[in-house]
Design a protein around this ligand. Structure first.
Ligand code: NCD
Length: 369
């Protein structure tokens, strides 16, 4: 029976270890569906790889080298939920690593209108392409597709670019990358490995807004649990608190967290503030209309109380919860975050197709002095 938004796909194995085993190959993510698939070394190595791609891509020769890496591969971007940044950064990332791509962004153009099942649509993609990058309104559908493709004679990887209210693992990776870069000590020598030191220990990170339905927050929380000593504060209206499944996970890993419904009072304590918009497209009967979201907005007037080293992140799009006048402050990292997505997604695709070694070799041969 097809799933619906209120009744998402239920994983075949409820236990996460089994689910991860079905998504990984040789102990590393093959399909990228859940943030929990990434352990600390995997996250750190991807950040390092993203930096290498960024440096190599800065010259004509380097960028031509990168474009040879996956020029024999083709990607399908199946995005049937609205997207600006995730879609465009994936297309830019495909261009960086030389992968050609096609896209379907509207079901009305597919044979689904003739009664074909969505499963068959995806099976068809798997015959023409080498990778499926998908954004879908149904929780669990990306995982269902990965498991379905595991049963096909030709199995290709699936990257989850947003699955309903549940997860957005590639956004979480670029968010971690942005936080790492924001917290890095600018005085540290260039050759010092940047992504092995736990820069999150002792840092307080506030998540603000619609934490119940914000998939980016859910995925990023999973990743942050890889960094002992980080402290998380969930600032949201009581109706939009983060899910118990996430809180269970955090508790199991011994990460310290607390709740707040007042952003202003502790603003000076935060090392990072992760803003989110109200996800009212998930309202069933306009229930979030009664919520005063102004209390979960970052205003320009609050800037006088910011820590100097604060990093403000937002997955975007924003509405009024993030004052545009903040954009000019050094603490505003959300436009850098947008650009980081392109490097991180390039790194991820390189890793899935095992060309990361070639990038590291090239970097060490030409870019270290
Ligand atoms: C987010 C998403 O789609 O989940 N945007 C993004 O991918 N950068 C956040 C949102 O839509 O609010």
């Amino acid at each position: 029976m097809p799933a619906t938004e209120s009744q998402p796909y239920v994983p075949t194995h409820p236990d996460t270890a089994h689910r991860i085993a079905a998504l990984n190959r040789n102990d590393k993510p093959f399909h990228v569906v859940l943030a929990q698939q990434f352990d600390r070394p995997a996250v750190d190595q991807l950040c390092q790889l993203a930096d290498m791609i960024r440096s190599i891509g800065g010259s004509r020769q380097g960028s031509q080298f990168l474009q040879t890496l996956l020029s024999h591969r083709r990607a399908m971007l199946y995005f049937i939920q609205p997207s600006t940044r995730t879609f465009l950064s994936f297309t830019a990332a495909c261009q960086i690593v030389g992968m050609r791509y096609s896209s379907v962004r509207d079901r009305s153009t597919s044979s689904e209108v003739k009664g074909e099942s969505e499963d068959d649509t995806v099976r068809t993609f798997s015959q023409y392409f080498d990778l499926i990058i998908m954004r879908h309104p149904l929780e669990g559908f990306a995982e269902h597709v990965a498991n379905m493709l595991n049963e096909m004679p030709r199995t290709i990887p699936v990257l989850n670019a947003g699955s309903g209210k549940d997860q957005h693992p590639t956004q979480a990776l670029l968010d971690i990358y942005t936080l790492y870069r924001s917290f890095a000590d600018p005085r540290a020598p260039r050759e010092e490995p940047r992504y092995t030191r736990n820069v999150f220990a002792g840092k307080t990170i506030a998540f603000v807004g619609d934490l119940k339905r914000g998939r980016t927050v859910r995925s990023l929380t999973y990743l942050l649990c890889r960094y002992p000593g980080v402290r998380l504060v969930f600032v949201s209206p009581p109706q939009l608190r983060i899910g118990d499944d996430i809180l269970d996970y955090i508790s199991r890993l011994g990460i310290e967290y607390e709740f707040s419904d007042d952003l202003r009072s502790s603003i000076g304590e935060y090392d990072a503030i992760y803003m989110t918009r109200l996800q009212d497209e998930h309202d069933v009967a306009g229930e979030s209309k009664s919520i005063d979201y102004c209390a979960y907005s970052l205003s320009y007037e609050m800037a006088k109380d910011f820590k100097p080293g604060l990093a403000i992140l937002h997955p975007l799009p924003r509405r009024n919860e993030l004052d545009q006048r903040l954009d000019a402050l050094p603490q505003a990292k959300y436009w850098a975050q947008v650009r980081n997505g392109m490097w991180m997604r390039s790194a991820l695709m390189a890793s899935v197709f095992n060309v990361d070694v070639a990038i590291r070799d090239h970097y060490h041969a030409y870019y270290t002095f």
